[in-house]
Design a binder for this molecule. Structure first.
Ligand code: SF4
Length: 269
C-alpha cells in the first residue's frame, strides 16, 4: 500500500511486525509515526495490488481477520507517544498504513478517537493521515473516522475498470466506478487522492496507466471527485510482480500539471 516512505534497506517485500512503527522520515509526510492495524507479519487487504510493497495479499481474507485488540492498540499508541514526547522527539505526522487496508479493523473509529485524544495530549501540532484504498467508504463509521484525520488519502490508480482489475486486483466485490462514486459522495473534509503510475507486464497483460486514454479518464474522475489535493508517485521498491517499471519524475510532473490545470493542488514524489 499503503506505505509511508520508511527506512528499509533490503530489496525484499516488507511486512511490519509491530502495531506502532517508526518514526521514519517520509518525503510526503515529514517525521512520521506509522500505525499498523493489521495482523503482524501478515498482509490483509481488500486489494492485491501488483506493486504492493507488502507483497501478495492473503486469500481469502475473511479467514484471517484476527485483528489486534482495541486495548492493545490503545496502549501501544500511548506508550510510543508518551516515550517520544518525554525524549523530546519531534513528530509531524501519525499515519495509518501498515500491512494492508487499515480501515478493515473493526474498531478503526474507536482507535481514531483515542488517537485524537493522545495527539492533543502529546503532539497537538502533528497531523493524522490515513492511507486507504477506498473499498470501505460505504461504511459510515469509516467515514466518521476519516473525518478525524487531516489527510484521508484515497487510492485511485487507474482510469478504467479493466486496468483497475489488472493493477489493483480487488479481492472483494467492488468496481472502480463504485470507489469513484463513494469517494465523490463521501462527506470527508480534505480528501486527498493518491495515484501510483507504473508500466510493465503482468500475467500476459500490458500494464500502463500513463497512456493518454487512461490519464484522460482518470483526470475526468479526479475532476468529478474534487479532492482537496492529489499525490502522484511511482514504484520505489521491489514489487511482488516482476517486470514492473518506475515512471520518471518528468512524466509524473507532466501528469501533475494536467491536474493542476483543473485547479487542484498536486504533488509528485
Ligand atoms: S491497497 Fe494495494 S498497495 Fe495498498 S495495501 Fe492493499 S494491496 Fe497493498
Amino acid at each position: 500500500m499503503h506505505r509511508i516512505n520508511h527506512i528499509h534497506n533490503s530489496m525484499s517485500c516488507f511486512l511490519f511486525n509491530e502495531i506502532v512503527f517508526g518514526p521514519v522520515l517520509s518525503r510526503r509526510l515529514g517525521i512520521s509515526l506509522g500505525i499498523n492495524l493489521l495482523p503482524v507479519n501478515k498482509k490483509l487487504c481488500t486489494f492485491d495490488c501488483i506493486y504492493c510493497e507488502c507483497g501478495w495479499s492473503i486469500k481469502p481474507i475473511e479467514n484471517h481477520m484476527n485483528f489486534h485488540l482495541l486495548e492493545d492498540v490503545k496502549s501501544a499508541l500511548e506508550l510510543k507517544l508518551k516515550t517520544m514526547h518525554s525524549e523530546g522527539q519531534e513528530l509531524d505526522n501519525i499515519t495509518y498504513a501498515g500491512n494492508g487496508e487499515p480501515t478493515l479493523h473493526p474498531d478503526f473509529k474507536s482507535i481514531m478517537l483515542h488517537l485524537v485524544m493522545l495527539r492533543k495530549k502529546y503532539y497537538p501540532k502533528a497531523h493524522i493521515s490515513v492511507l486507504t484504498n477506498g473499498s470501505t467508504l460505504s461504511n459510515i463509521s469509516v467515514i466518521e473516522a476519516l473525518n478525524m484525520a487531516e489527510f484521508p488519502i484515497i487510492k485511485l490508480d487507474t482510469g478504467s475498470e479493466e486496468l483497475f482489475r489488472a493493477i489493483n486486483q480487488p479481492l472483494v466485490n467492488i468496481k472502480r466506478a463504485d470507489i469513484v462514486e463513494l469517494a465523490k459522495d463521501a462527506h470527508i473534509s480534505n480528501k486527498v487522492i493518491q495515484t501510483l503510475f507504473l508500466r510493465g507486464t503482468y500475467a500476459g497483460k500490458n500494464i500502463d496507466n500513463t497512456n493518454s486514454k487512461e490519464v484522460e479518464s482518470w483526470l475526468r474522475d479526479i475532476e468529478y471527485i474534487k479532492p482537496h489535493s492529489v499525490m502522484i508517485y511511482s514504484i520505489a521498491r521491489k514489487t511482488p510482480a516482476k517486470d514492473l517499471f518506475k515512471v520518471d519524475t518528468e512524466e509524473l510532473e507532466a501528469i501533475a500539471d494536467k491536474v493542476r490545470a483543473l485547479g487542484i493542488p498536486t504533488n509528485t514524489y
